[in-house]
Design a protein around this ligand. Sequence first.
Ligand code: HEC
Ligand code: HEC
Ligand code: HEC
Length: 396
Amino acid sequence: MRQVLLAVAFAVVSSPACAASVDAGRYQSVLGDCEGCHGKNLAGGVELMTPFGKLVAPNITSDKQTGIGNYTAENFRRAMKDGVGPGGKRLYPAMPYPAYAKMSDADIADLWAYFKTVKPVRHAVDVNQLRFPFNLRFMMRGWNMLFFRPALYAADKAKSAAWNRGAYIATGPAHCGTCHTPKGFFGADKGLALSGASLQGWFAPDLTGDPTTGLGGWSAAEVAEYLKTGRNAHSIASGPMGEVIEHSTSRMNGADLRSLAVYLKDLPASPGNGGGASGVEAQMKSGAGIYRMNCAACHSLDGRGDNILFPPLAGNALVRQTSAETLARVVLAGSKAVATRETPTGPGMPSFAWKLNDAQVANLLTYIRNHWGNRAPAVSADAVKKIRTSLRSASH
Ligand code: HEC
Ligand code: HEC
Ligand code: HEC
């Protein structure tokens, strides 16, 4: 009798708890942006360009042949937190386990409860397309020994609960530093956290409090608005950040977005961009003419843009980053703003690669980086040429 009663009690308690865990796990997958790399149905196939060649994110549906259907809970925990797959397979840190290692075991357990319910999709993926010798998995053992220091998130008691929640999300599941923290030659973090870093042809800007390159001029509400909708009065997101917003931050709840903003707004300022250009009057004069002819129609002569459609270039942190990589890329290749639930069709920025040569783009960028109160280093024709060449090879 007693056993039966216990079993009934267990069933009553456990089934809603399980459903809650699956929902909580689905939300963890939003925080961790699993779809951003593993694809909308999680069956893999998204290509990740790394400085060492190409990796393709694998199938992580519950399919037994081509996915992770044979995983145990412990296999999953170790892949997420130690970067080790079943049988001791060393995962490449393109899978952001160095950040996921900060996640609590309870969050990982919820995530696993959700992954067990993900519909199996049969889809074989050729993951490792790295160049020799980086394609040798055992090399990762050395990388992990040198650079990987797994540690749970440690709360900072001196800070508020919101700050700690924001720090947990940013450094753990949402792995913001994977793109925004400068990297050394071997791809490990180096330098001030979240102070800006080059990606493949993009620059993930400084998120610290520096007023020239960072978020010093943004209010916490504006940070949250950008992460929710992909735009605010200062900037419009595109490229890799557009994808992060689409799959991850736009689907985070309001409290978590506010916590992220509280944390980001409290980051100590980076040293900034080293000041403005000097002795470049000729570049500035040429750039002003090019701007008037090609850009002012949308971004307006005073650089203020139009709040809803065209981002301002005056006071725009992207324009003032130390590296002009993203800037040159946007002008050469154009870009399409991210579409989110709030703003379903994003406006487009046309490409100018066909119209402006390297010197003209360099003059134009030097001008917009040093006009309307902006201050940032000059841009050379050589730097533009490099980006034009990398764009050309990426499209082949
Ligand atoms: C930035 C891209 C990226 C994100 C985001 C990402 N992954 Fe991955 N993941 C990868 C890549 C690339 C691999 C393959 C690594 C390898 O084989 O060395 C991988 C491998 C894995 C594996 C191991 C599969 C196997 O081969 O056994 C699991 C499990 C996994 N990811 C789960 C997740 C989960 C869950 C999330 C979300 C919380 C996630 N990943 C988010 C890129 C990503
Ligand atoms: C896959 C790489 C990647 C990840 C991960 C990523 N970002 Fe970004 N982020 C970028 C790039 C690239 C830009 C520049 C976007 C542009 O030019 O439109 C950017 C831009 C931004 C901006 C606008 C800065 C400005 O001055 O205009 C903010 C704010 C931001 N990211 C916050 C975050 C936060 C918070 C996270 C973690 C939740 C995050 N990012 C994760 C690549 C990334
Ligand atoms: C037809 C209108 C149009 C013209 C002309 C135009 N732009 Fe844009 N521009 C846009 C739109 C729309 C966006 C936002 C789309 C996005 O971020 O993906 C944008 C984005 C940008 C951004 C990125 C801002 C940010 O915060 O992400 C820069 C920089 C930029 N434009 C510079 C220029 C320059 C320099 C020129 C002249 C060579 C120019 N634009 C011409 C419409 C235009």
